[in-house]
Ligand binder design. Structure first.
Ligand code: NAD
Length: 497
């Protein structure tokens, strides 16, 4: 059986132990391969390789860095389907969804190709007589990324193309559950002409993460994953003096006002709740129906759920695939049990689903709860599966209060035909990413992505201009060329002349 190895100094690198994890094909439930788990020594080798490469890379011209990024962009485009197939086989998401993931990652690479403009500094002439001042943005140095299982290609692409374009060297610790695509991307970066050591991969678990968090040569850490780990990464990384951005979990609400187009809202709710089996940080997991909206909307949602085809992601007829592991399936089923026990009305029960020929796959059918209340665990906690909870609110204000009382604030959506209500909502809602008649408002590569409250720890959002800021440090220079008039000792405080 294959073992996915680390990638250090532009080549597959053996592990220093035989500690490994299992990688499943979630549609069949079989172990497809193993993945090496790093030791502290493996991480140190990867960081050393990045540190050695750093000086040459940060001094390389903007033109050269741009050309490497362009070449990488072309290779990802050319291999889009190969990448998507790899995603489906290890993550389980359907092939068309996997192609969409690659496309959204590609857009960040395209944004990073504009580094020559993005990394420009500023210049002020004559801040004092014959004195100029300018600000330049320089790379942080060796930077690390730690990423989740649910977007194994795209989420790392939110990080490394921008970090590398800005002149940093990168060490990635991807999810141990679907690791193969990362090594494929590493080989494409090499083919694109990226010098040895600028991009390295260490696979594994907490051992690798903890070493990256405390390694003295790592200057910044980007993390995307669940909230408890995000908080831990932020606290531990900043304690060690690093710049940290840590994106966490979500409980995204979709508010439907009584005047909304109910067919549009039903299509959106079903797509956003069950796409990728609900394993998206921007999935809609709560629908807040205002006034009499629920009575109009629920029959339409049920009709659409009944028509959904769940199966192997490689089958072109499938619209929804399996969950990532048996352990995660058990966890999500546990939430469905809890919702029923706590008194929510289970309108559609996905626990009964059987996928013919895939009896050992990690499948759960789309599940729909009505009459959920704020105290229930299915409302409070992130389930990360194909489970949609409907809450009924009497008024718009009651819906807003619900959202504001929740600890997560990643994304939110409003469905209405009332422009005034939409404008008020986007102005007052305390959430980082807002959709108006758009259920999954993932910002374009030239904006930045991030939630508020417990969905993000740190100051800056990820990718876009925030990404450039995160991966660079500001330096301000004040320069005066020697001039005979200014010779002589002067103990006075420098004044602008
Ligand atoms: P996770 O938090 O379990 O794992 C994320 C990363 O942290 C992985 O690389 C993992 O190996 C590592 N890790 C796990 N436990 C650790 C520990 N105890 N110490 C140190 N490192 C540890 O997340 P996941 O299950 O892979 O992904 C799903 C989660 O990610 C969901 O909560 C989802 O909302 C979130 N997510 C958020 C965003 C966002 O942009 N906010 C995007 C995608 C996913």
């Amino acid at each position: 059986m294959d073992t996915v190895s680390h990638w250090i100094n532009n080549a597959p690198a053996p592990s220093s132990t035989d500690r490994v994890g299992e990688v499943f094909n979630p549609a069949t439930g079989e172990v497809a391969r193993k993945v090496a788990f790093s030791t502290v020594a493996d991480v140190d080798r990867a960081v050393d390789s990045a540190k050695t490469a750093l000086e040459g890379w940060r001094q390389s011209s903007l033109a050269r860095r741009t050309r490497v990024l362009f070449a990488y962009r072309e290779l990802v485009e050319k291999n889009r389907d190969a990448l998507a197939r790899m995603l489906t086989l290890e993550h389980g998401k359907v092939f068309s969804d996997a192609q969409g993931e690659v496309q959204r990652g590609l857009e960040v690479i395209e944004f990073a190709c504009g580094v020559a403009d993005l990394q420009k500094g500023t210049f002020s002439e004559n801040v004092s007589t014959e004195v100029d001042s300018y600000a330049i943005r320089q790379p942080v140095g060796v930077v690390a990324g730690i990423t989740p299982f649910n977007f194994p290609a795209m989420v790392p692409m939110w990080m490394y193309p921008i970090a590398i374009a800005c002149g940093n060297a990168f060490v990635l610790k991807p999810s141990e559950r679907d690791p193969s695509v990362t090594n494929f991307c590493a080989a494409l970066l090499k083919e694109a002409g990226l010098p040895d050591g600028v991009f390295n991969v260490v696979h594994g678990d907490k051992v690798a993460v903890d070493r990256l968090l405390e390694h003295p040569d790592v200057g910044a850490v980007s993390f995307v994953g669940s909230t408890p780990i995000a908080r831990y990464i932020y606290e531990r990384g900043t304690q060690h003096g690093k710049r940290v951005q840590a994106l966490g979990g979500a409980k995204n609400h979709m508010v439907v006002l009584p005047d909304a187009d109910m067919d549009l809202a039903a299509d959106a709710a079903v797509g956003a709740a069950y796409g990728s089996a609900g394993e998206r940080c921007m999935a809609i997991s709560v629908l807040v129906a205002v006034g009499d909206a629920a009575d109009k909307l629920l029959p339409k949602i049920r009709e659409r759920i009944a028509a959904l085809k769940v199966g192997n992601g490689l089958d072109p007829a499938s619209q929804m695939g399996p969950l990532i592991t048996q352990q995660h399936l058990d966890k999500v089923r546990g939430y469905v049990d809890a919702g029923a026990r706590e008194g929510a009305e289970l309108l559609v029960d996905g626990r009964t689903l059987k996928v013919a020929g895939h009896e050992k796959g990690f499948f759960l059918g789309p599940t729909l709860f009505d009459k959920v209340t704020p105290s229930m665990s299915i409302y409070q906690e992130e389930i990360f599966g194909p489970v949609l909870s409907v809450l009924r609110a009497k008024t718009y204000h009651e819906a807003i209060e619900l959202i504001h009382a929740h600890r997560y604030a990643n994304g939110v959506a409003l469905f209405t035909n009332d422009g005034g209500a939409a404008r008020k909502f986007q102005n007052e809602i305390q959430v980082g990413m807002v959709g108006i008649n758009v259920p999954i408002p993932v910002p374009m590569a030239y904006y930045s992505f991030g939630g508020w409250k417990q969905s993000l720890f740190g100051d800056l959002h990820i990718y876009g201009r925030d990404g450039v800021q995160f991966y660079t440090r500001n330096k301000v220079v004040i320069s005066r060329w020697p001039d005979p008039r200014f010779r002589g000792v002067d103990l006075g405080f420098p004044q602008n002349r």
